[in-house]
Design a protein around this ligand. Structure first.
Ligand code: DCB
Length: 524
């Protein structure tokens, strides 16, 4: 005992002599003078990180997702919320998810990924969203700095380009980023500290985000396309048929984006123009409301939606603004938010014949048409009509927009309304086609605003024979469609190959099997 006291007194003296400030600052394995020493020491002093019980910091150990998110959250001044699991960092992870720093599929709240190494591309996205959300990087100049840019998953482009633009990430000697590898605890500290310093300086350099009060008039189209807005004008619903301004039947065919907040890079002017050049005359913007989308970060996601809509309008395309409920299966849980959103957007686009409103992507779960969806739809339709007397409105139904027969039995009141039918060729077949015919025979108009060549989960197949059978059926009836989805996610329904450049023209090599098939069917 005595010996320890003496030792303690001795080290205390030594500490005072050397000017140590806190015990934290002296991790047993942080080498004095090393490249990471000052970052680790300073962050420990600010209590943004702690070491291990044995007094070590383990700088070379790969950092886990939980550790990275917790240190980033503390650096951003975020206090922990109510975590769903018993994990030590669950409160921080919950807050980060709510703030949209990452999406639920990247680190599911069930916690199985929390203690796994965090891939570098995900770490950079979280860091940029948390500390430098308004920094942007130019695609051409920044991607040129990254020798393995093609390895990057498209959903991380924006964050990684921004991180290079402002210097948070500086490539290694070979210029490689190694997007799917882990990073060491020491490296993580360096990145977080750089981001914190830049955030303190106001987030420069990089391109600051423009404030969102753009002029209320949508831009004029710069080109005109076959079957586009300049040719067809205002759309109108006559019985079961969608018609153009002159009253002639018209079918819109095109792509749906994937989730705007995940794959927004493919809603830029170049990507939309690429689909227009292939013959598409409509573009659907899927704005997820749940899963980290609009309800978690409304202003940012709405800005993205408006930019995408204006880009489509500039290509002479029709554009669908899709309130993409999915994990939030009951639309009436967010009627107020939807009414406010559509009031604002319909006000903004009331003079544009290009815009269609899709008010509930896919109601699902234990809900009913007459009890949940119809009352919601009626309120939102009324709100849109108060601004836009004639814009076409697309309405979903229970069972992921398959129960159009229930809607037809108890329809929403109004003009220029259509019911959406969604199908996935690997899952759905003749019975849904029969349902379409039955509902149309009753005088209701159907719009296939989402369909996929895959199974209903977006993967599997592809089912091109079944898809062709479906499209022949729709084309014979002049029914409009949008294919899911214009993104490069590694799933069979994606039209683009992983790593596709959103800022270049696309050739056949850019398209997946699904994409090649779908693009060949636009002009039919
Ligand atoms: C719809 C959704 C759409 C979903 C696709 C494919 O959901 F409107 O958001 O997209 O169809 O499932 C998928 C993406 C994935 C993503 C996932 C979650 O392709 O990359 O991870 O959303 O955001 C449907 C459609 C039909 C049925 C079920 C779903 N069905 N569903 O008939 O059972 O459960 O998502």
């Amino acid at each position: 005992m005595k010996r320890y006291n003496i030792l303690f007194a001795f080290s205390l003296c030594l500490c005072l002599l050397l000017g140590c400030t806190t015990a934290n600052a002296a991790f047993s394995d942080v080498e004095p003078g090393s490249w990471y020493e000052s970052a680790v020491t300073q962050m420990a002093e600010k209590q943004l990180l702690t070491g291990y019980a044995d007094g070590s910091f383990r700088p070379n150990q790969t950092i886990s997702a939980a550790e990275f998110v917790a240190i980033t959250a503390r650096t951003a001044g975020t206090t922990p919320g109510q975590g769903q699991s018993g994990h030590w960092a669950a409160g921080y992870l919950q807050r980060a998810l709510e703030a949209g720093w990452y999406d639920w599929d990247e680190l599911p709240p069930t916690g199985e990924g929390y203690d796994q190494p965090i891939p570098r591309q995900l770490a950079v996205k979280i860091l940029m969203k948390a500390l430098l959300p308004s920094v942007r990087g130019d695609y051409n100049s920044e991607s040129a700095k990254i020798s393995d840019f093609s390895q990057l998953n498209g959903r991380y482009y924006e964050a990684v380009l921004a991180a290079y633009a402002c210097g948070v990430v500086q490539g290694d000697a070979s210029g490689a980023f190694r997007p799917t590898s882990g990073l060491s605890r020491a490296e993580a500290c360096i990145l977080i500290q750089r981001a914190e310093k830049l955030a303190g300086e106001g987030g420069n350099p990089g391109t600051p985000e423009q404030p969102s009060q753009p002029d209320p008039k949508p831009p004029e189209p710069v080109t005109s396309i076959r079957g586009g807005v300049s040719e067809n004008g205002w759309l109108q619903v006559k019985g079961a048929q969608l018609c153009n301004q002159a009253g002639q039947p018209v079918a819109l065919r095109g792509m749906s984006s994937h989730g705007l907040h995940w794959f927004g890079q493919f809603t830029n002017a170049q990507s939309i123009q690429n689909t227009a050049r292939a013959g598409a005359n409509v573009f659907r913007i899927a704005m997820y409301t749940g899963e980290g989308g609009y309800l978690s970060q409304p202003e940012q996601v709405k800005r993205q939606l408006i930019a995408a809509a204006d880009a489509a309008i500039a290509q002479d395309m029709y554009v669908i603004l899709d309130w993409h409920i999915l994990s939030d299966g009951d639309p009436s849980a967010h009627t107020q938010e939807a009414v406010a959103f559509f009031t604002e957007l319909a006000q903004r686009y009331k003079d544009s014949p290009a815009v269609l409103y899709e008010i509930c992507n896919e109601p699902n779960g234990g809900i009913s048409w007459s009890g949940n969806v119809k009352p919601y739809a009626q309120q939102v339709v009324n709100a849109i009509r108060a601004q836009s007397p004639q814009g076409v409105i697309l309405i979903g139904s229970p069972t992921w927009s398959q129960d159009i027969h229930q809607a037809a039995a108890d329809p929403v009141v109004g003009e220029n309304l259509m019911y959406t039918l969604h199908f996935y060729a690997g899952t759905h077949g003749q019975d849904l086609r029969d349902r379409i015919d039955a509902v149309r025979a009753q005088g209701f108009a159907v719009f296939v605003s989402e369909w996929g060549t895959s199974r209903a989960d977006g993967n599997g197949g592809v089912f091109l024979t079944e898809s062709a059978q479906w499209l022949d059926f729709l084309d014979q009836r002049g029914i409009s469609w949008c294919n899911w989805s214009l993104c490069d996610k590694n799933e069979t329904s994606a039209a683009l190959r992983p790593g596709t450049n959103p800022n270049a023209q696309w050739g056949p090599e850019s398209l997946t099997e699904s994409g090649q098939f779908v693009f060949s069917r636009f002009g039919k």
